[in-house]
Structure formats: C-alpha cells, structure tokens
Write a protein that binds this ligand. Structure first.
Ligand code: FAD
Length: 464
C-alpha cells in the first residue's frame, strides 16, 4: 500500500457512509472486529457495518484515499481470518443480504452479505436451490468467490459455476457488472479467484428445481468397521449418478451432537432427485458393501439438512484447516485415514472426504480458475476447538494428516479450505494453486481492475 498524506478521522468517515462506524476504544469494537475463527485477533482502525450497497463506494474510496488496508467481509467465515485486518478498515456487508428470486427465469439475485441460510430461505418456497456449501452461517460471497463446494456439487457444480452475473465496485470506485458478455475476463476470474478484483455488491445465480424435501442422511460406522467402509466407498463411488453426493467425515462428535465420545466415521449423502426408489437402492448397495452400526436416513427438508452441521461450528471456535485433492482410495490411503481418524479421541478436529466428479468434473479446467477439476476426491482437514491450550496439538494433527497424504496428493488446493499459515510455513502460493497459465491470466485481470492491489487482504494475486 502507498502511504497517504490524509489522516483518517472517524467523524469524517461517518459523514460519508450511512452504516455504523466503530473505532478502537468505542463500545462494540470487539464485537465488530470478531470473525468466525477465534484464533484471529486483529485490531482494525475502524469497522464500517454497511447499511446498504450505497456504502460500498465511499468505503472503498476512503480506504484508497487514506492508504488504509481494506478487509471486505461477508459472512466472516474465512478460515484464514481475512475478514479483518490490523490497523486498516473493515467493510462488513453482513446487514446487506436481500435475496430476490425470479421463478420464471430460475435465477436468484443475492446481495453480498447474505449467508447460505438467507439464500436457502428465499429459494425454498419456489422449489429452487442455488448450490452452495454445507454450513448455513457461511457467507455466500467468500464461498462463491473461492468456488463453493457442497452437497450439490456433483449434480450442479460449484456455486461459482452457477453464476449468471456479478455486480461489483472496483478499486477506482466504478460500479460495474461482469457476465459472459460484459467484462468477460473479470467474470472468468470471479469463478475461484477470490476477493482480489473488487467488492461484490450482488451475485445473480442460476437456480435448479429442488426439494423442498429430499432423501439424505448419515450411515454411522464405529472404529472396527472403518477399513471396510472406506473400501466400500472406493467401489461405490466409481459409477454413481450425478444426483448422489457423498461427504465422509471422521471426528469425535461434540457433546451437543449426543452421539457418544468415541471417534466415528459418518458417510453423509444427499440424493438430489425426486426418484426416491433409485436413491434408496443406491444407499442399499452401500449398506451391503459395508453394513453401518447405526444410521439416520430419510426424507427431510433441504433447509434442515443444510443446517444439520451448524452447531458443530459456532462463531469463535479456534480453527486451522488444510486440504488436498487425491484420486486413490486404496489400502495405503485407507491405512492413513483409519490411523489418523482414530487419533481424534478429542472433539475439536475432523476431516471430510468429498466425492467430486459429476457436473463439477465436466467443467473444462481452463473455463474457470478453480483448480484440479479432474480430482476424484477432496480431503478437508479442519479444527473447531475452543481452548487455546489445545492449539499446538490440534494444529499438529492437521499438519500430520496433511503430510501423510502428500504422497497421494494430486496437487489441488482449495483456497476456501485453507487456514492461516505462519510466515515461512507453506505460505499461499497462487502460481502453484492455479497453475502457471491460469495464474498469468488472473494476474492480467488483477492489473486491469486493481493495479495498486487495494484488495490484498485475501489469498492474494499480486498485480506484479
Ligand atoms: P468472509 O471472512 O466474510 O470473507 C472471506 C473473504 O472473501 C474476504 O477476505 C474477501 O477476500 C472475500 N469477500 C467477502 N465478501 C466479499 C465481497 N462482498 N466482495 C469481494 N470479496 C469479498 N466452503 C465451501 O466451499 N463449502 C463448504 O461447505 C464450506 N463450509 C464451511 C464451514 C465453516 C464452518 C467455515 C468456517 C467455512 C466453510 N467453508 C466452506 C469455507 C468458506 O467458503 C470460506 O471460509 C469463505 O471465505 C467464507 O466466506 P465468508 O463470506 O463467510 O467469509
């Protein structure tokens, strides 16, 4: 950032925006700066809680004119804590979350502060859905700009794959819309390139007929059946229809889940089709291959299923995450997953294996920045503990499993499942994440829309 001769004044900023401005030493400051990851303890100069889209241009202009680092916040879930910045300005869009549905066109316009819960609540009455993630308090903005992986990735692709257009404010304060026909290169970059190119004020998504009830649930395995369950998944996932998505989790559930205190393996699935009989038959096949100890399976409201894991991830828990793509689920990999799964005799870490492919896998690699479309599986290793005294152990667990999987990794890294890495320790390397060709294209877009790197509090793509 360049330093500026202008001295930032809270009262000056207050005259320019309609929303609330909270500075240091003012009531509500700690609440205003807090983000989801409780390990993030940054002290911005001020937080603007925008009252509406109209606050975005003045806040961006203020940060630029005064040489302030600018953090842009949607749902505040960023695992690396990028929704807040030391000594700079936070633009928090959390109150700007209107969602409007056009049922005839099957499109949904979503303001950038909306959470997944806001989007699901608005689309459910129309029997429509926008593919997103699996924890409903996550912000649609950060999720979509990084990609957006969830229960509907196989039938409908990433959240970003369903973008029709994106309205945003650029670093020089212009309000523009990016789509296939307007600013098409910028539109491409917004499919996984993160918050590097401007402040999004609204997304328009394609929606899909869905539910509102659907067949979903969890098959639950205790430790002595894990090896068989993983082997069954290897076989079962080979020829699944797109409508079936499975996310397999190993963790000791937290006490609120009321599932005992030993580590469990849960095969969660979503069948995104009205053809219940075929979904039942597919789950029956998995049961034959690996009989579960327990199960909770049936027809349920989509919005309930989308919120089922929310209580595990309350705001303020401590978190350090890593992820990798991989293709093999053979004995060597199963050995790692079983051994590391059993280490989790505590509640507070977990890991998910997402089965990919389907519509996600058919998008050509160069069509979006999102990396490694060909990966069969994606492993996300995560933390959700609460005592700082546990930091070292929990971080060591995440790093240990990540290191064990390195020989099998196919090179994919998903920025949204990426925690904060200390300096010098596996720092975010955009060239490696996106690959040289897509990286150069992203840099070109960055140079055109943000040559001074105003938007750098993110997984940054420097303009060079
Ligand atoms: P914020 O911290 O508000 O923002 C994150 C970053 O996004 C910002 O630093 C900024 O760079 C950018 N940004 C936010 N708003 C804007 C805007 N208006 N304009 C421009 N840039 C903006 N991801 C998945 O794909 N699938 C999941 O199922 C999933 N589950 C999750 C569950 C939990 C409990 C958590 C903590 C995260 C999960 N994630 C998931 C990861 C999530 O997608 C990322 O953490 C994402 O960054 C969160 O977006 P946010 O808007 O809530 O975060």
């Amino acid at each position: 950032m360049t330093t500026s001769a202008l001295r930032p004044e809270l009262d000056d900023l207050r005259t320019r925006v309609s929303g609330t401005v909270t500075g240091r030493e003012e009531p509500g400051y700690d609440e205003a700066r807090a983000v989801w990851n409780g390990m993030t303890d940054r002290r911005p100069w001020a937080v603007v809680r925008a009252a509406g889209v109209g606050d975005v241009v003045p806040a961006v202009t203020y940060a630029r004119e005064h040489g302030l680092d600018l953090a842009v916040r949607g749902g505040g879930h960023n695992v690396a804590g990028n929704g807040v910045v030391d000594d700079g300005l936070v633009l928090d869009l959390g109150d700007v979350h209107a969602v409007s549905v056009d049922p005839a066109a099957a499109t949904v316009r979503v303001e950038a502060g909306a959470t997944l819960a806001h989007v699901d609540a608005a689309t459910e009455p129309y029997g429509l859905v926008v593919p997103s993630g699996v924890v409903s308090s996550t912000g649609i903005a950060g999720l979509t700009l990084g990609g957006g992986v969830g229960w509907l990735t196989r039938p409908h692709g990433l959240a970003a794959d369903n973008l029709v257009s994106v309205e945003l404010v650029t670093a020089d304060g212009r309000q523009i819309t990016a789509s296939e026909t307007e600013h098409p290169d910028l539109f491409w970059a917004l499919h996984g390139g993160g918050g590097n190119f401007g402040v999004v004020t609204a997304f328009t998504f394609r929606a899909h007929p869905h539910g509102p009830r659907l067949f979903a649930g969890n098959l639950v395995y205790r430790q002595d059946r894990w090896g068989r369950a993983w082997a069954a998944l290897e076989e079962w996932t080979r020829d699944l229809p797109d409508a079936m998505t499975a996310i397999t989790t190993t963790m000791t559930p937290p006490p609120i889940a009321d599932m005992g205190d030993e580590p469990l393996l849960l095969v969660g699935f979503t069948w995104a089709s009205a053809d219940r009989a075929t979904g039942e038959a597919l789950v029956g096949r998995l049961r034959e291959l690996a009989p579960p100890d327990e199960e909770e399976v049936g027809e349920m409201r989509w919005v309930e299923w989308q919120q089922a894991f929310d209580p595990v991830f309350p705001k303020g828990v401590r978190a350090y995450w890593r992820n990798t793509s991989f293709d093999r689920l053979d004995d060597e990999v199963i050995d790692v997953l079983v051994r590391r799964g059993a280490e989790q005799t505590w509640a507070g870490t977990g890991f998910d294996v997402h089965h990919m492919g389907g519509a996600f896998g058919r998008v050509p690699e160069e069509a979006t920045p999102f990396p490694h479309r060909g990966a069969r599986f994606w492993l996300n290793i995560y933390g959700f503990w609460s005592d700082p005294a546990d930091d070292a152990d929990r971080i060591a667990f995440v790093r240990g499993l990540s290191a064990d999987m390195e020989p099998f990794a196919t090179g994919g890294q998903y920025v949204n499942f990426q925690g904060l890495e200390p300096a010098g320790h596996r720092a975010f390397d955009p060239r490696a994440v996106f690959g040289p060709t897509k990286y150069e294209r992203l840099v070109g877009v960055k140079r055109r829309y943000d040559p001074e790197n105003l938007f750098h509090v993110n997984h940054n793509i420097p303009p060079g």
